[in-house]
Design a protein around this ligand. Structure first.
Ligand SMILES: Cc1cc2nc3c(=O)[nH]c(=O)nc-3n(C[C@H](O)[C@H](O)[C@H](O)COP(=O)(O)OP(=O)(O)OC[C@H]3O[C@@H](n4cnc5c(N)ncnc54)[C@H](O)[C@@H]3O)c2cc1C
Length: 423
């Protein structure tokens, strides 16, 4: 099935800045081609070009001083192959839009991020993830890619391709991804319950207690403020005294004091997977964008120690923090995935929108987490030294070689990429 939708060619639709507003794209020209052939000609004729997805990254990983291209003008495609259990979608589509169409065809994605507004190709390129001890990140479900390479050729790769595991979390640096093929599962229903005031000693048990679990804290109290349990709809609700917590009696927003109307239904109301796995509804803008985010993946077995390592930074963290989210992600084989061969515990920080105030705190957090070999989210704010980062990824050098092979002239290079993968 081919999705219908508008794909007008106006370059004014290409974002000039990221969602958070902390990055104004430095491109000299913005493009929105309406066909793959037009995109191929554009790439072949450009010396420096990058794709922008929905602009939800918080750093300059995708910024360029050359051409910035949105693929949102390409014909939108959602093609389900029921026999293979896969769907092929246009890279620029938002997960939320793909999910709605999948659900009507009896299919689901195993997991989703907290926000349904992000593009598939952009999310996959940075190894975006949800939560769940048995679920990999969104990139780990990718079975194939179609991309325009530096010379303008159209390349199709899949799990049988030698370097596939290096190409999926590609940071947008290996080519412009036009289509993504993703594994699907039969559609399913979930219920979301919010529980309050978790003792830290029960963190691991709480995180493993349901299909997808997020724990929220603000580093103001030693106890953890909220547990968001997204559990299969046919499972019994948590008992009244579950892990010593109490049940929230009204819907919550992850940030204390923010209205919950933009959040997906809670209080145990059953609903389809795509209306429970994200924290935020597709039809609403999740917040004003007045925030920055950072996130670090460590081994799941180090969860309690990593959290404890930040304890005496609480007075530093709390004043610039809106909320912190703790999640889990299963290990995978993707070279630049923060979950490469490591079941992970993930510490996320939503900061206030003040780069100058936040950066020193980010540096302090990274220093404390360093013994746990933290792998930062590629699309969020981090200050990790490139040499240290490379030591945390066993296949880092292989990715650098792939970059040199697929993009010898540096067509997709950015300043950030040059810093992390020097030529
Ligand atoms: C409110 C909010 C909530 C978030 N929640 C989560 C979460 O729950 N979990 C999580 O892991 N992350 C989360 N993120 C981070 C977000 O998922 C990532 O930053 C993701 O990369 C955003 O996708 P995007 O389409 O906006 O990508 P962009 O920011 O537009 O681009 C990211 C990278 O992908 C590349 N790219 C984009 N499109 C293509 C393409 N077609 N071909 C090749 N390269 C491409 C770009 O060049 C760039 O390098 C959140 C961000 C926000 C703002």
């Amino acid at each position: 099935m081919t999705a219908q939708g508008s794909h007008a060619a106006s370059t004014t639709d290409v974002p000039r800045r990221n969602w958070a507003g902390n990055v104004r794209y430095a491109a000299k020209a913005f493009h929105r081609p309406t066909s793959v052939d037009e995109l191929r000609r554009l790439v072949a004729g450009s010396s420096r070009i990058r794709a922008v997805g929905s602009g939800h990254s918080f750093n300059r990983i995708g910024d360029t001083d050359g051409d910035l291209v949105s693929l949102a003008g390409l014909p939108p495609v959602v093609e389900v192959d029921h026999e293979r259990g896969q769907v092929t979608v246009s890279g620029a589509l938002r997960y939320g839009d793909v999910a709605r169409q999948l659900h009507t065809q009896g299919c689901a994605l195993a997991n989703l991020a907290s926000l349904p507004h992000i593009s598939v190709a952009g999310a996959v390129a940075t190894a975006t993830h949800g939560s769940g001890q048995t679920h990999g990140n969104l990139a780990s479900a990718v079975a194939g890619l179609e991309l325009v390479t530096a010379d303008g050729d159209l390349l199709r790769v899949d799990r049988d391709t030698d370097t596939f595991a290096g190409m999926v979390v590609g940071l947008g640096a290996l080519g412009l991804v036009t289509r993504v093929t993703v594994d699907v599962v039969p559609t399913f229903a979930l219920r979301q319950y919010v529980r309050l005031d978790l003792d830290r000693t029960a963190l691991d048990e709480a995180l493993g207690s349901a299909y997808s679990v997020s724990v929220f804290t603000d580093f103001r109290e030693p106890r953890l403020r909220e547990v968001w349990r997204k559990q299969l709809a046919d499972q019994p609700p948590p008992p009244a005294d579950w892990l010593g917590t109490t049940a929230a009696d009204q819907p919550r927003h992850p940030v204390l004091g923010m209205p919950a109307e933009n959040c997906t239904p809670q209080l145990g109301e059953p609903g389809p997977w795509h209306e429970r796995l994200p924290h935020f509804k597709l039809g609403f803008t999740p917040s004003s964008g007045d925030e920055l985010q950072s996130e670090y993946h460590v081994a799941r077995t180090a969860a309690a120690d990593a959290l404890a390592a930040l304890d005496d930074l609480a007075d530093l963290i709390a004043p610039v923090l809106l909320v912190s989210e703790l999640r889990t992600v299963a290990a995978d084989e993707l070279w630049l995935s923060p979950n490469y061969r490591r079941d992970s515990f993930v510490l996320h920080f939503t900061w206030v929108d003040d780069t100058a105030a936040v950066l020193p705190v980010v540096a302090a957090v990274e220093e404390r987490l360093a013994p746990f070999s933290p792998r930062p989210h590629w699309g969020k704010v981090f200050v990790t030294d490139p040499a240290e980062l490379s030591a945390r990824y066993p296949r880092y050098a292989d990715f650098a070689a792939l970059l040199a092979d697929l993009d010898p002239k540096g067509t997709f290079r950015t300043d950030a990429l040059d810093r992390y993968f020097p030529r």
